[in-house]
Ligand binder design. Structure first.
Ligand code: PLP
Length: 468
């Protein structure tokens, strides 16, 4: 499989190089040159497979030529065997023909484990084969950091540095990052906000001189491997509920458009999906596009669902590329214009065509808490605020009551106790493997909001705690 850039100018790469590259050299994002397509018979024949075997069938074409079947199978078995629920991504029924797919049974209790547990193992596989090491540098406002650290903690070939804004992530989220021990794990609290952290990561990718020739790898959702891993659970859910013989609708709590883009790809690969609901919080740039063809940058509004607090949506470019007949030059022009003006809209026909599949809703904190309370009252399922936004949007936007509606349950409610409290409910208990989280020792370095200080720290510790 070859991958091309959404801006049409970077060289095509194979899977291994895309995994290590992150962003394309022309500023675009990598996408498969040709999307694999499965027949209904083929998909139907996967019914009843364990999650890791289904994952192999769905992802095999994407990694073809880069890793052997046997190695890939072993990595997948190891990845998903470590999840705390034996069904890996179990479905819970909320109402007639309405479901939540629980994607929070991985080590850090959020769906990001599905991709980052795999990404860490794949990185280690390829780096070991090459006899190389890599430095991962990422910024987090909460969930990504712990999932990335958990995903890479056992990687011999990787040192991981995660920046978070000092005193501005929840205690559970901070402890999930800082209590993981390992001489290749480095938590840095920055005296600044999340945007400062992200800016420093971006600048470090742009000028890598401080790395003394070492490789820098991106683990945010622009990395293709993350999208790829998320395609699998759409197939998994559909196969549980009578697909592919009947079609499904999905509602997806969305920030950077990664998770829902995976659903869009599942559909283009042959899985019958009749509707995708984009569910946002007050940070609703995607809703403004889907409902009115206006992808316009706004200011940041902190919410009770912080993992979706974004101003721009980094994977949206991948959808734009398809919307414009995969014309990289057109996308480049649109994105460069957006960078200058903060505004983007597309031709009417392209937008109308997109709306045939996508609906959307922006849900505020009040409606989020009301949904948490309502669902708990009606069926005893305690939702986290992100998932509640998905359920609320699913119910408002549903096109057909006879089509199963599945909301992606993106996090365990224990990660977001404030929203649960505001919904008038008791805080949930930490699951068994995290029960002693508040007693574990923390490891974290506080640094000033300065690019030079960060880069010096990375250079001094980037080789298993020793200088590069
Ligand atoms: C990251 C995250 C999201 C948003 O996912 P995207 O792929 O950015 O759309 C939603 N919910 C939770 C709990 C998350 O951690």
């Amino acid at each position: 499989m070859r991958y091309i850039s959404t801006r049409g100018q970077a060289p095509a790469l194979n899977f291994e190089d895309v995994l290590l590259a992150g962003l394309a050299s022309d500023g675009g994002l990598y996408v498969p040159e040709n999307l694999p397509r499965f027949t209904q018979e083929e998909i139907a024949s996967w019914a009843g497979l364990p999650y890791h075997e289904l994952a192999f069938n769905v992802m095999r074409p994407f990694v073809a030529g880069s890793i052997s079947d046997a190695d890939f199978k072993a990595i997948l078995k190891d990845t998903y065997g470590a999840f705390a629920h034996s069904a890996v991504a179990p479905l819970r029924q909320l109402d007639a023909n309405e479901w939540v797919m629980e994607l929070f049974h991985g080590p850090t209790l959020a769906f990001k484990d599905f991709a980052l547990q795999l990404l860490g193992r794949l990185l280690d596989h390829f780096l070991t084969k090459r006899g190389e090491r890599a430095v991962i540098l990422g910024a987090t406002s909460g969930d990504t950091g712990s999932a990335a650290i958990e995903g890479c903690r056992r990687c011999e070939s990787v040192d991981i540095f995660i920046l978070h804004p000092h005193n501005r992530v929840s205690e559970v989220q901070r402890r999930q990052m800082t209590t993981i021990a390992g001489d290749n794990i480095h938590n840095i609290a920055i005296d600044g906000n999340f945007d400062d952290c992200q800016e420093m990561v971006k600048n470090s990718f742009a000028d890598q001189g401080f790395l003394k020739g070492n490789r820098l790898v991106a683990v945010n959702s622009i990395n293709w491997a993350r999208i790829m891993a998320q395609i699998v659970y759409y197939f998994h859910a559909a196969l549980q509920l009578g697909g592919p013989q009947r079609s499904m609708a999905f509602s997806v709590p969305t920030g950077n458009f990664g998770d829902i883009f995976a659903g869009y790809l599942a559909r283009n690969m042959g899985l019958p999906i009749s509707q995708l609901v984009v569910a946002t919080n007050r940070n609703d740039i995607l809703h403004r596009f889907m409902s009115g063809n206006r992808y316009d940058k706004d200011t940041l509004h902190p919410s009770l669902s912080p993992s979706m607090d974004i101003m721009v949506s980094s994977n949206f470019e991948r959808l734009l590329f398809d919307m414009h007949g995969r014309n990289g030059a057109l996308v480049k022009e649109l994105m460069e214009n957006f960078k200058q003006t903060g505004k983007l809209s597309v031709e009417d026909e392209r937008w109308t065509e997109t709306r045939r599949l996508f609906d959307s809703l922006a849900v505020d904190d009040e409606a989020t808490c009301a949904t948490i309370a309502e669902v708990y009252r009606d069926c005893g399922e305690l939702l986290d605020p992100h998932t509640a936004i998905g359920v609320h949007a699913a119910r408002e936007c549903r096109r057909s009551m006879s089509t199963p509606m599945i909301t992606l349950g993106t996090a365990h409610p224990v990660k977001f106790p404030e929203a649960v409290r505001k919904a008038g409910l008791d805080e949930p208990q930490l699951p068994a493997h995290l029960a002693d989280l508040f007693e574990r020792a923390e490891r974290c370095t506080v640094l000033p909001n300065s690019l030079t200080d960060i880069q010096q720290f990375v250079a001094a510790h980037g080789n298993r705690g020793k200088p590069l």
